[in-house]
Write a protein that binds this ligand. Structure first.
Ligand code: UDP
Length: 408
């Protein structure tokens, strides 16, 4: 099912939809090309899958291309990704040659003639070499660039500086650059299986099938089994809170079979949980969107105790379900949670335990946090806001071109 724009009116109001249509009229016929490195899997592809049809509905001539590359290229771009995130990785001369060679191959096969070219992340960044005169190029960075490995950033920087604008998800993710920088947070789709309303029976049957007791308080963290998401810290916090409050803990994460570290973290969680029947460590396939939706809705409190984070979409997903969220004050999470207003920000295991206990004991306050969180997401992190921001950026870039003509 692909819902059209009108289907979003019940969430954001008619006026928002009309505003989008007005912006669309100003951009009618403009040709926009999105390019990323995968058609399926990952947040970028998920967002483009929804944004592209909606941009088309608004009259913007939008297409989406995916670059092609071999295993070696993707190994290099994964290394670049990790280095930009600050992990100690360096690039060899061979790596650089592989990156340049694949860029050249894609330059030969991709038509790059649209008015606006929107390049997502570092993999296709080198395509700027094929820029047509008069076109506008945007580099959309989904990565936290606040502390990259200097040599890898120096490799990418001259390429990024050739763009008209760079888009980041959070202010602290950006670098000092001589080009325009724009803050555009990601978004969630309220109509997706992950977020749409579910009836009570579906929720209960999923919760029961996972071995949880629907009648008792449930504390949940949804995330990959990654040390930076601190699942062991969540178990410690639960244990501290459990001394005072009856509750169950659910750690639910994607399949970790192709990630050796993920598998190790999953095993550690299972070992750490072995002596407590109320701790449930569950591995789900990446397609388990309705299951994730159901466990988020069934939870009394959601935790996202990340030590480092990108934007943290799980927080937006939980807040949209009007749930009280306790989350680490890292990455994009403080954009989503104002402490004690739309959720709770914590820095330690003890702090997380304290707030689990507090929220289990104060259901009215917890409900308040959740309601405020849902409104915050409604205004800031739904797909319609994302669409508007992109269209405003397109208009701004068009205006840039016009003012150059006027000044000349
Ligand atoms: N997710 C999922 N199944 C899982 C674990 C995570 O579908 O078992 C989803 C989660 O709902 C969210 C995304 O993966 O939409 C994770 O995004 P986030 O920004 O929170 O963290 P990342 O994994 O990108 O670091």
């Amino acid at each position: 099912m692909t819902a059209g724009l009108d289907a979003y009116a019940p969430f954001v109001g008619r006026a928002t939809i009309e505003e989008l249509r007005l912006l669309g009229e100003r951009l009618r016929g403009r040709r926009v090309q999105h390019i990323n490195s995968t058609a399926v899997g990952g947040g970028v592809a998920e967002i483009l899958n929804r944004l592209v049809p909606l941009l088309l509905e608004l009259g913007i001539n939008t297409r989406w291309d995916v670059i092609r590359g071999g295993d070696e290229f993707y190994a290099v771009t994964k290394a670049i990704h990790n280095a930009l995130h600050g992990q100690p990785v360096t690039l060899s001369e061979h790596d650089v040659a592989v990156y340049r060679e694949t860029t050249e191959q894609n330059l030969r096969t991709l038509a790059l003639s649209d008015d606006i070219v929107f390049i997502h992340d570092p993999q296709p960044a080198g395509l700027i070499a094929g820029r047509a005169p008069g076109s506008h190029w945007i580099w959309r960075c989904h990565i936290d660039l606040s502390a990259p490995v200097p040599s890898v950033w120096e490799f990418l920087r001259p390429t990024v500086e050739r763009y008209d604008a760079a888009v980041f998800s959070a202010p602290q993710f950006s670098r000092t650059l001589p080009i325009d920088q724009v803050l555009i947070a990601p978004s969630i789709d309220p109509l997706a299986d992950k977020n749409r309303e579910l009836d009570a029976r579906t929720i209960e049957s999923i919760v029961t099938s996972l071995g949880l007791d629907p009648g008792r308080p449930l504390v949940t963290q949804v995330s990959r089994f990654d040390r930076l998401k601190d699942p062991l810290g969540v178990i410690e916090a639960y244990r501290l809170a459990k001394k005072y409050n009856d509750c169950q803990l659910l750690l639910v994460g994607g399949s970790a079979t192709d990630d050796p570290e993920g598998q190790a973290v999953l095993t550690e969680c299972r070992d750490r949980a072995a002596d407590d029947r109320d701790i449930h460590v569950v591995e789900l396939p990446p397609t388990a969107n309705i299951e994730i939706n159901a466990v988020q809705r069934a939870s009394t409190v959601l935790v996202q105790k990340s030590l480092r984070e990108g934007f943290g979409l799980t927080v937006a997903e939980a807040l949209w379900k009007a749930k009280p969220v306790i989350a680490g004050a890292v990455g994009g999470i403080p954009l989503q949670i104002t402490h004690k207003y739309s959720g709770v920000l914590t820095h330690t295991i003890e702090g997380t335990a304290y707030w689990i206990k507090q929220l289990l004991n104060a259901p009215d306050f917890a409900r308040h946090l959740g309601e405020n969180g849902r409104e915050h997401v409604r205004h800031n992190f739904l797909l319609t806001r994302h669409l508007r921001d992109y269209m405003l950026l397109f208009l701004y870039l068009g205006h840039l071109g016009q003012s150059v003509i006027t000044l000349d």
